[in-house]
Design a protein around this ligand. Structure first.
Ligand code: PEP
Length: 253
């Protein structure tokens, strides 16, 4: 029996596209997307958020995402963006704990947990990322590592707050490398994440949590990855910059 979890495909544009290119990309996605049960999130650069909000507002399965936010309410943090600012531009989803943030901006699990609280407090949905580096998998410590990321990032939440969270499993060795996890590797880890979540929040809530796979998703591998029983969609980087390819991933063509 197919599960009833919300299916989501989120495009992480990262630091790509100028303002005009971003508008064109959002328009090209809108032009191709058919109404469907899959929720589609466009996680655009900050500079494009408001215009894309205006463009996609009211399109039933399209949502606006951001790629990060600061953990404080406001203040002397030159160059940073707060959750309130994101919310005021119409953002609905915020990617947090992406491995590029952990690697290049030295974000800790504790910092990610604080950002999750901020995003929830402002009525937006965190897409919480977790995933192991290659050396961790080679040492066969990936299950343990990802469980600890999930525990450190989420276990402090109330049941009510946790029920809003989307999780994305993104093995670091698969991000931007063209080398995706096999459907079995993805399924095994997603089941493990769900079990870890069940340990903290109970099986009912864990069964309702959407867990996305990310790492070199393209239209040629999305169908098999997304049809695994515990995989509820994807977080897509490189392929989300091509509207045609991205929509194929969403529709499973
Ligand atoms: C990502 O950045 O979240 C990602 C999964 O990238 P890519 O699809 O390019 O591997």
């Amino acid at each position: 029996m197919e599960n009833k979890r919300t299916r989501i495909v989120a495009g992480n544009w990262k630091m790509n596209t100028t303002y005009e290119e971003g508008k064109d990309l959002a328009q090209a996605v809108m032009d191709r997307l058919q109404p469907s049960q899959v929720k589609v999130v466009l996680a655009a650069p900050y500079t494009h958020l408001r215009i894309i909000h205006n463009m996609i507002h009211g399109v039933n399965n399209l949502f606006l995402g951001a790629q990060n936010c600061h953990e404080s309410d406001s203040g002397a943090f030159t160059g940073e963006i707060s959750a309130a600012m994101l919310q005021s531009t119409g953002v609905q989803y915020v990617i947090l704990g992406h491995s590029e943030r952990l690697e290049y901006f030295h974000e800790s699990d504790e910092l990610v947990a604080a950002k999750i609280d901020q995003v929830l407090r402002h009525g937006m949905i965190p897409i919480f990322c977790c995933g192991e580096k290659l050396e961790v998998r080679e040492k066969e410590e990936h299950l343990q590592l990802v469980a600890s990321q999930v525990t450190n990032g989420l276990s402090h939440l109330s049941q009510e707050d946790f029920s809003k969270i989307v999780v994305a499993y993104e093995p670091v060795w698969a991000i931007g490398t063209g080398k995706n996890a096999s459907p079995k590797q993805a399924q095994d880890m997603h089941a493990h994440i769900r079990k870890t979540l069940a340990g903290h929040f109970g099986n009912d809530l864990a069964q309702k949590t959407s867990i996305l796979y990310g790492g070199s998703v393209k239209s040629s591998n999305a169908g098999e990855l997304f049809s695994q029983p515990d995989v509820d969609g994807g977080l897509v980087g490189g392929a989300s910059l091509n509207a045609e390819e991205f929509v194929k991933i969403v529709t499973g063509d």
